[in-house]
Design a protein around this ligand. Sequence first.
Ligand code: OSB
Ligand code: MG
Length: 368
Amino acid sequence: MRIDQIEIRELAMRLRFRFETSFGVEQDRRILLVRVRGDGGEGISECVAGEFPGYAYETRDTAWGVIRDFVAPAVLGREYHTPQQLLHDVRLVRGHNMAVAAVEMAFWDLQAKSLGVPLWHLLGGVRTEVPVGVSLGIQASAEETVALAGEHLEQGYRRVKLKIKPGWDVDVVEAVREAFPNADLTVDANSAYRLVDAATMRRLDAFGLSYIEQPLAHDDLIDHAELQRQLSTAICLDESIHSAEDARKGLQIGAGRVINVKVGRVRGYVAARRLHDVAVAFGAPVWCGGMLESGVGRAHNLHVSTMEGFVLPGDTSSASRYWEEDIVEPLLDAVDGVQRVPPGAGIGVELKHDLVERLTQRVETYSA
Ligand code: OSB
Ligand code: MG
């Protein structure tokens, strides 16, 4: 099909909670929606670049500029039968994976819709129900964290992930573990530690965590491998993995034993599926990470989670946790800790157009 038009739209949405991590605090979110039109149809995706470059160097503005100046000109007016052909035309754009992924993912949605099948069919998914966990930000006290973890376990979440940073780690994990001896618990440091902090990480071994997510630098594999040798708990890599090749190298040297897959971080579904296949070959479980998405990104996350190797609960919790009102129908809420993959064609959700218009801050359309 021929790519006729690309639209980028920025929405202002406000989270129902303040989300604090080792790299900052977020509550007001800017959501970038990308639409790709061709053959009379339309595909949509959400670009997961943040407002502040604290998780990755990309931001919503760099992503906007890269799509406008480099991705759109390379693909508009071109005829594609596969996403691989589209990716070939943007192969010289180094990095900026979240920007490239947004266009690639919208193309997959467009293709699935034109075939009248759910996106997960094209990905070769094997399940329509996805067990989910929850990612809890840094709270004001350990007591509040215990209470919040309890509420979410009560709601059926299959795993609770606690954000940690130096000074907010062993004590809070100990308190939550003591309150919930059998819960599936994990922590995520978002790169806040260095190898000299290995003693603190080793203390976490006492709490039976399923993994410690990205303890060390965002661009490191070597020190993670050294740390993993010193730990019994598995390390899960997030920020350090930008491709299937990164996953291969990380697993080969033992930098971790689990991988958090974010389709945007790795440049799209083609790369995510390749990464998934690498992880399966190494016997390493993967799971779908979250970036505080609206229903568009959340629906995409549910589709990728249908692939066989996604055996651990993802950060794909209920939309109504995040938003007073989400921008899509049907509402993507978990029931008893399980999200059903929306069964419609493509990503299976429809935009609430009036609400989207009201939330829109800017929109630009590029045509062939
Ligand atoms: O490290 O997984 C992360 C949110 C923003 C940036 C990075 C991360 C996160 C989360 C939240 O952990 C997951 C979610 O609920 O969407
Ligand atoms: Mg993470």
